[in-house]
Ligand binder design. Structure first.
Ligand code: IPE
Ligand code: IPE
Ligand code: MG
Length: 222
């Protein structure tokens, strides 16, 4: 079993386009997939799941799409926080979420506080996240402390305290990292699928985890 799985949830727009529906519908169905996959991960007892929800580059999208995504985020936290509390899920955020709308920041801070002592699955949501920015921030902190090493940089990453990333999944047929977990993916196993994110189910996740189980990891050794 992987200790930590991360997913680049891609393909909401294409899912909607194929059905001649607005992109917002694809994003809405994407949230349903998040819910199902998160429940499955929790029930499997996986240590950590990190989901790429909004990148630091996604601000380039039209304002109405950004607003749709923020609205879905707001609703998601409001509606699912009780389920996290009840199921021992510890919520985390990676990325600079402080620049989001003040009411979303408050919702997030409340959810972080309410789940901070939970000991089950860690669910990290990447919001306004860019891996290069994260590494630069961490390196600056390490430098300020006069100690720049891989270990000291790692200690300042947003993912600090999470288990090492074992498996990185991307949906929708794209095979790139798009500024996601560049440092953490150093020795992660990568798994790509053509399935569009709204169609992604716990069965697909099991497929990825089974494939992970068949990989031979060497970490440069032999
Ligand atoms: C992923 O789906 C969701 C986010 C990036 C927020 P996209 O919106 O990127 O969907 P495609 O890639 O256009 O199909
Ligand atoms: C990556 O998907 C970001 C998220 C899934 C949140 P994008 O759709 O933004 O990535 P690119 O632009 O295809 O690389
Ligand atoms: Mg995309």
């Amino acid at each position: 079993m992987p200790r930590h799985v991360a997913i680049i949830m891609d393909g909401n727009g294409r899912w909607a386009k194929r059905r001649m529906m607005p992109r917002a519908v694809g994003h809405k169905r994407g949230v349903e997939a998040v819910r199902e996959v998160t429940r499955a991960v929790r029930d499997m007892g996986l240590g950590a799941l990190t989901l790429y929800a909004f990148s630091s580059e996604n601000w380039k999208r039209p304002a109405d799409e950004v607003a749709d995504l923020m609205g879905l985020l707001r609703n998601f936290i409001r509606s699912d926080i009780e389920e996290f509390v009840a199921n021992n899920v510890r919520l985390r955020i990676i990325g600079d979420y402080q620049v989001l709308a003040p009411d979303i920041v408050d919702l997030i801070d409340d959810a972080l506080e309410r789940t901070a002592r939970n000991t089950g699955t860690q669910l990290a949501i990447a919001l306004n996240y860019g891996s290069q920015q994260e590494i630069a921030r961490a390196a600056a902190k390490a430098a300020a402390a006069g100690d720049v090493t891989p270990e000291s940089i790692e200690a300042h990453l947003d993912t600090h305290g999470m288990p090492p990333l074992d498996l990185l999944v991307r949906t929708s047929g794209e095979e790139r990292l798009s500024n996601f977990l560049l440092w953490q993916a150093a020795y992660a196993e990568l798994w790509f699928t053509d399935v569009l994110w709204p169609d992604f189910t716990p069965a697909h996740l099991k497929e990825a985890i089974d494939a992970f189980g068949r990989r031979e990891r060497r970490y440069g050794g032999r």
